[in-house]
Design a protein around this ligand. Structure first.
Ligand code: HEM
Length: 222
């Protein structure tokens, strides 16, 4: 390979790696947080939940949301899978905790992938494109309450989302050089633990809200 071609391919791979990292935060991470927040409206009942989670003022808004969320998700997933393939924990150079976090980031990515596929099929694609309507509050709340596998999958899936995003924000800040001094790195670590607890509280809060409201609906017929 000529020097110019080698430089071009290195620049391409650098840009791809930056893009995969950037998209994970903006818009994916930001949208994920908004989505968790909106789901907390389950506590206020069906109308509030449907208004904030499934209602789009215009069909075009629905299309834009899908593109703004699903495209970055697909690109980040492709990027993530290529990083998974080259994953090398390094106990020799880094401490136990750093290696454990490195491994957990990757394990949570795999859990997240399984959860997102199931969640997108069951709560988005199937109701909208096969049944011809958005996911109904009565449907998701009844499943959350009466169908234990659904409750467990949501609890574990959102646990993976919370860890992956909180720890990912810390690695993002380090990777982009936003933090570099030893003291700043320590503070970033602590912040990521706090964020993990907040994200998990929001996630499990939303699951609890749906579970609680599900008592008003009959058990779904399989
Ligand atoms: C809601 C969906 C997701 C969000 C919000 C998200 C967010 C993030 C964030 C913020 C980072 C840190 C980026 C950086 O260090 O620069 C990250 C890293 C990572 N993500 Fe995701 N992610 C999601 C889904 C996925 C999926 C489905 C996969 C693939 C199976 C995946 C695989 C990875 C991997 C392997 C890393 C670590 C990369 C590295 O440090 O080398 N992510 N993610």
């Amino acid at each position: 390979m000529s020097t110019l071609a080698a430089t071009k391919s290195e620049a391409g791979s650098f840009l791809r790696s930056r893009l995969g990292s950037f998209l994970a935060v903006m818009p994916l991470g930001v949208w994920t947080l908004m989505h968790l927040w909106n789901n907390l409206s389950a506590f206020q009942g069906a109308e509030a939940w449907e208004a904030s989670v499934t209602h789009h003022p215009h069909p075009l808004a629905q299309l834009v949301t899908s593109v703004v969320v699903l495209l970055p998700l697909a690109l980040h997933t492709v990027w993530g899978i290529s990083r998974l393939k080259s994953a090398r924990p390094n106990i020799g150079s880094y401490g136990f905790l750093s290696n454990a976090k490195y491994l957990l980031q990757r394990l949570s990515a795999l859990g997240l992938l399984g959860f997102l596929v199931a969640h997108l099929v069951k709560a988005w694609a199937q109701p909208r494109f096969i049944e011809g309507h958005a996911e109904g509050f009565d449907h998701i709340a009844a499943y959350m309450r009466h169908h234990t596998p659904t409750t467990i999958v949501y609890l574990l899936g959102t646990l993976a989302v919370s860890y992956h995003l909180a720890n990912g924000l810390a690695t993002f800040a380090m990777g982009w050089g936003i933090v570099s001094s030893r003291a700043a790195l320590k503070k970033t670590d602590v912040l990521s633990y706090v964020l993990f607890v907040i994200f998990l509280g929001m996630s499990w809060g939303a699951v609890y809200g749906l579970w609680m409201q599900g008592a008003a609906f009959p058990a779904p017929v399989e």
